[in-house]
Design a binder for this molecule. Structure first.
Ligand SMILES: [Cu+2]
Length: 465
């Protein structure tokens, strides 16, 4: 049984549907029969080093990561999602400025897909770039079990590189026999940094390595697929540029020095291998004083005598420019709670509840004094309107704030704007203004991308109509 896009959606979600019913003529039904499946199911993965058993995981098509979906810009992505899990699930296409009914958020844009049921995801990504997909139901468990993969939309005119590698970074909380620690939903994680792992993988491999050659040019598409780990990245014996953040090209490539990638974020790098033959070029991460290799590129041979010239910027995507910020629709989002926080009470189920009882109900954070998904949106914007949000992190923890369906820019106090992002890391006690053009109709989630924080109170939504 295929759940069509005309499936019941609550509230204003149906507004977005009016435009989505046109594709269901006879030809669409014929195409549906040939549609590639994306099958969420239990599987195993060799996450731990040789000598350890394989790890039972949940993966798309049973693998970690799921299949990399690569399409040329302008082509539709069509996948028949089949839920072979023992729980309901949905697929969220992170960063894609997608039509609302395809966004994969349970109870906001679609009903959860029950075990054994299916849902047809069918959309044309408006932007070229590096995107990814992951579960959006019980994300704190399902993403940690391995339900994620990459979605690459190739530029019509791609930069000249010798190789294009997608590197999905993740960490896992493994036991000594390489099974996942069944500590999903631990309130201690929810109230602190989230579910931090003890074993890091790249593309599901704890020792990812590929041969390279001197002066070879690589495009590295980095995705932070971890629940909670903030990766501080560095390159060794590779030099180059960041050419895109969160899938959106930078107007000018910037030096790929220190790079911080919080959960959900991506960075596209173009790098040259500059080490000597016999050395290893490395993508590494720093954790306090330690440096840990994520991906190794042993250097064998010479690709060319000298480095290639610096790359041109990637072609920009059709994201509308911000309107006047002084007259923009404005809302404030105050983030509270967590361990070592000052929150003493919050609204839950229509009444004010003290922190002890909140914790008993699995709620330890709040947005604007509310410890659950609000019935009313944080703000309602008219289609095409510029929106400015002031986010106040009044907690003792960093948070990776993610807006669905749109890309935004940070706005400095002098009015200067940053690069387009769909996720932004906010430090403890930081206040940050972001602005975006509300050009995508529907109901859109705004939440912390550390799923332990989101489920425990850090989510709200905006309406664009
Ligand atoms: Cu958070």
């Amino acid at each position: 049984m295929i759940h069509s896009r005309r499936d019941f959606l609550r509230g204003a979600g149906s507004v977005a549907l009016l435009g989505a019913t046109g594709g269901w003529g006879p030809s669409a039904r014929a195409a549906e029969r040939d549609t590639v499946t994306l099958h969420a199911r239990p599987g195993t993965a060799r996450l731990a080093p040789p000598g350890y058993p394989q790890t039972p995981v949940w993966g798309y098509d049973g693998s970690v990561p799921g299949p990399t979906i690569r399409v040329p810009h302008g082509q539709r992505v069509t996948r028949r999602f089949v839920n072979g899990l023992p729980q309901p699930s949905t697929v969220h296409w992170h960063g894609v400025r997608i039509e609302n009914s395809m966004d994969g958020v349970p109870e906001l844009t679609q009903r959860s897909v029950q075990p054994g049921a299916e849902f047809l995801y069918d959309f044309e990504p408006p932007d070229a770039g590096t995107w990814w997909y992951h579960s959006h139901h019980r994300t704190w468990e399902q993403m940690a079990r391995g339900l994620y993969g990459a979605l690459v939309v190739e530029e019509r005119i791609a930069p000249q590189v010798d190789r294009d590698e997608v590197l999905l970074l993740d960490d896992w909380r493994l036991t000594n026999d390489a099974t996942l620690q069944e500590s999903f939903g631990a309130l201690h994680d929810w109230a602190h940094a989230g579910r931090m792992g003890n074993w890091i993988t790249v593309n599901g491999d704890g020792a990812w390595r590929r041969a390279s050659s001197r002066h070879e040019r690589l495009r590295l598409r980095l995705v932070n697929a971890a629940n909670a780990r903030i990766f501080v990245l560095e390159l060794q014996r590779m030099e180059g540029w960041v050419v895109a953040l969160d899938g959106q090209p930078l107007p000018a490539p910037m030096g790929a020095g220190a790079l911080v990638l919080s959960p959900g974020e991506r960075a596209d790098l173009i790098v040259d291998v500059v080490g000597a033959e016999g050395e290893e070029a490395l993508l590494a991460t720093r954790d306090r004083e330690d440096t840990y290799t994520l991906a190794a590129f042993p250097i064998q041979g010479v690709a060319r005598k000298a480095r290639l010239p610096a790359p041109s910027p990637l072609p920009p995507n059709p994201v509308p420019p911000l309107g006047d910020l002084a007259s923009a629709r404005h809302a404030t989002l105050r983030m509270e709670g967590g361990a070592m926080g000052r929150m003493r009470q919050a609204m839950l189920g229509g009444r004010m509840v003290g922190v002890r009882e909140l914790a008993e109900q699995g709620k330890v954070w709040a947005f604007n004094g509310l410890a659950e998904m609000p019935d009313e949106p944080l703000l309602s914007a008219s289609l095409g309107e510029t929106v400015r949000l002031t986010m106040v992190n009044a907690t003792a923890w960093p948070h990776a704030m993610h807006l669905h369906g749109h890309h935004f820019r940070a706005v400095a106090s002098d009015g200067a704007t940053g690069p387009l992002r769909d996720t932004v890391l906010m430090d403890r006690e930081e206040t940050l203004d972001i602005a975006f053009v509300a050009d995508n109709p529907g109901d859109w989630l705004l939440h912390c991308h550390m799923p332990e924080h989101s489920v425990a109170g850090m989510k709200t939504w905006v309406r664009v109509a």
